[in-house]
Ligand binder design. Structure first.
Ligand code: GUN
Ligand code: ZN
Length: 428
């Protein structure tokens, strides 16, 4: 196939996993150029070689900018866009004071449309091309998000958040309506274009056992859907779950006993895990999602990345907007680095980039489609300027290799570092 575009830069492709093998860098292959066409990555190679092979292609020369797969944010709440960075509360108070009042507004389709568009614009400016989002209890919020993503050609995952207790009037569904509304949304959106559905019980405290059971039954009926929820984020929350489910062996068991534990399950935060929980999550191949800016912002705790990776868990990286304090996966990688430092296990820049792309894509079971630049993969790309501000430029100028330079952008970069974004083979 003839390419439509050839991009030149430092094209970063993962040939392996930087958490395995001799060194994190060894997992990375750099190429001079990438050819794309028909929404896909066609070929990696030299600038001269690809130009000869694809003579009709438009040439896009990015010099020494870094070209990598678009960022994949494995856990967000798009309806919390307008309340990001709200001060002074821990999880349960934060939900009651800021989150629930804002989420009540999403029964209004026009408001849901406005925030979905605003959220996707902000995240695209930060280089994020795919995300897995919670919506609100309102089906309108799901329609708004999928319609906005569809119009932008984006691969996204989302689902109606289900809650039938411990939430205010106007923000509760029932076991039956949660099941039926979710089923209708699956029928409407799952597998349409690049959209897919995640069954979304918010977390055990806001679902009755009856609702969790209905969600488990729905997942059994639609096993190709993902399922997303929250797990062991704060110690107060865990104590609350124990009091609500006195029979459960642990927090994870409140999902497991209702059929809500599986390989296609995404468990956000997963900070304060017991041994049995870790063993079961590993056994089924479930995904844990690290949300470092949220975990420090809401005061939740320090995710055990090194320990969980070493035991072979599937792990993605996420902003958790708006519990997380940033829309940026660069800032999120920086926070993951800082959390690693506090645990005495710093992450290499190659590991951070992998988590923000291929790691999160694998958490979503989309690692063969997105999250890497390789032939046949979908052409969602981000082009990073490694000297986007005077502070970063002066550090980059003294860098002894690419990794020092990339690390400066990870630690200090923001949307100014995002020079260009490509979605589905088209320049944005
Ligand atoms: N646990 C249940 N709901 C939420 C939420 O919206 N944000 C975070 N960070 N944790 C949660
Ligand atoms: Zn969350």
């Amino acid at each position: 196939m003839q390419a439509e575009y050839i991009l030149r830069g430092q094209v970063l492709s993962f040939a392996g996993t930087p958490f395995e093998g001799d060194s994190p860098e060894a997992a990375v292959k750099l190429h001079e150029a990438v050819a794309i066409g028909g929404g896909k990555v066609l070929e990696l190679g030299t600038w001269d070689g690809l130009r000869k092979a694809h003579q009709m292609a438009e040439l896009v020369d990015h010099g020494n900018r870094l070209i990598l797969a678009g960022f994949v944010d494995a856990h967000v709440h798009f309806p919390q866009t307008a309340i990001i960075a709200s001060w002074g509360k821990r999880l349960i108070d934060w939900l009651n004071s800021y989150t629930f009042p804002e989420e009540m507004r999403f029964g209004d389709r026009a408001y849901a449309d406005e925030i979905a568009g605003r959220y996707l614009d902000l995240t695209r400016a930060n280089g994020t091309t795919t995300m897995c989002s919670y919506c609100t209890i309102h089906p309108e919020s799901v329609d708004a998000f999928f319609a906005a993503a569809q119009a932008r050609g984006q691969r996204v995952v989302a689902g109606k958040t289900c809650m039938d207790r411990n939430a205010p009037d106007g923000l509760r569904d029932t076991a039956q309506s949660a099941h039926d509304d979710s089923a209708a949304l699956i029928g409407r959106w799952h597998g349409v274009d690049r959209l897919s559905y995640a069954i979304t019980p918010r977390f055990s405290p806001t679902s009755t056992p009856e609702q969790l059971e209905a969600m488990g039954a729905l997942w059994a009926d639609h096993p190709d859907c993902l399922m997303q929820t929250h797990l062991s984020e704060q110690t107060d929350e865990i104590a609350w779950v124990k009091s609500l489910f006195p029979e459960a062996r642990d927090y994870l068991d409140t999902y497991e006993q209702f059929g809500l534990l599986g390989a296609r399950g995404l468990y956000g935060h997963a900070i304060h895990l017991e041994d049995r929980e870790r063993a079961r999550l590993r056994e089924v191949g479930a995904a844990l999602v690290h949300c470092p800016t949220s975990n420090t912002f809401i005061g939740s705790g320090l995710f055990d990345m090194a320990g969980l990776m070493a035991e072979g868990q599937r792990i993605g990286l996420a902003t958790d907007t708006g519990g997380g304090s940033s829309f940026s996966m660069l800032r999120t990688m920086a926070a993951a680095y800082e959390v690693g430092q506090l645990r005495g296990t710093p992450l290499h820049a190659a590991q951070l980039l992998w988590l923000a792309t291929q790691g999160s894509a694998r958490a979503l079971h989309m690692g063969d489609q997105i999250g890497n630049i390789a032939p046949g993969m979908e052409a969602d790309l981000v082009v990073l300027d490694l000297a986007s501000t005077p502070a970063i430029a002066q550090r980059s100028a003294g860098a002894k290799d690419l990794w020092e330079s990339v690390f400066a952008t990870i630690m200090m970069g923001d949307d100014r570092a995002v020079a260009e974004v490509w979605i589905n083979g088209a320049r944005d």
